[in-house]
Design a protein around this ligand. Sequence first.
Ligand SMILES: N[C@@H](CCC(=O)N[C@@H](CS)C(=O)NCC(=O)O)C(=O)O
Length: 304
Amino acid sequence: MHELILYHYPMSPFGEKARAMLGYAGLPWQSVTVKEMPPRPVLDVLAGGYRKIPVAQIGADVFCDTRTVAREIARLSGKSELILDQQPEEVQAFVRETDLKVFLACVIAASDGRMLKKLIRETSLINAFRFLKDRIAMGRGSRVKALKGPQAKARVLAHMAQMESMLDQDFLFGPSPCIADFSAYHSLWFVCDLAGKPWLRDYPRVASWMQRMKAFGHGQPADITGDQALDIARNSDPRMLASASEHPLTGQNVDVAPDDYGRDPVRGLLLFSDDQTTILKREHARTGTVHVHFPAQGFVITPA
Ligand SMILES: N[C@@H](CCC(=O)N[C@@H](CS)C(=O)NCC(=O)O)C(=O)O
């Protein structure tokens, strides 16, 4: 069986969500480090223009968005508490809010001169310039209203206060973690660890919970190159579909795109779509056939 390959970069909050889930699951995995912004040629081959990070690959199956990545980690490890669709509505609502509005508030609240210097130090001046240019363009195409700096900070603090009141056990929804903990963790990691904001000091339960989350580590990553990952796709067949698709566009070429930000579409043949997952078939000379998986929630399908 193939190990999961994760495409990510060190400063990516959603990359950290995936790394932390892999740590919690105790899985070995393969790591391909990508740039902080497109172009990302290897991912273009595999995921056909999907522009968010992380992306995962298992053999010739490619998983876009941490909701589908989490489902695969759950499948490989038996940790079904990572599958969002199987959680109670209360957990799903918390994750929806946290992975979108709270995440964006955290990114805005964390983005100051100090963060920019860190990016320049860890990459280069030209890279930081390209990064800013890319994110400004991405913001223009977004359907989510961005908060201004002070409002974003207030939103983050309100979120920390809400978590403080929820944490009467070790994790947000009980004595053991579920997907909600990983959704809440990555944005606070970005604000508090990467950007160094001292805001956790007023929320002691959240601070202890962060330590418990960090203690899961990142599992056992092994670095591979993008070329090696493409070879793995070429030498594998996509896995069989579990059931027949009843979506009316099945068998046709469609575009699948996120409905919030980074809305670049991926074109392919619609193989399957239900209320949880959409799967496209794509062909490329370098890899042969790959199947690209998306969550149903938060993505739109349109005829090509
Ligand atoms: N809903 C997506 C969100 C992913 C996301 O927004 N990732 C950020 C990085 S943390 C991103 O892609 N930013 C633009 C980029 O890296 O090109 C998921 O769960 O994976």
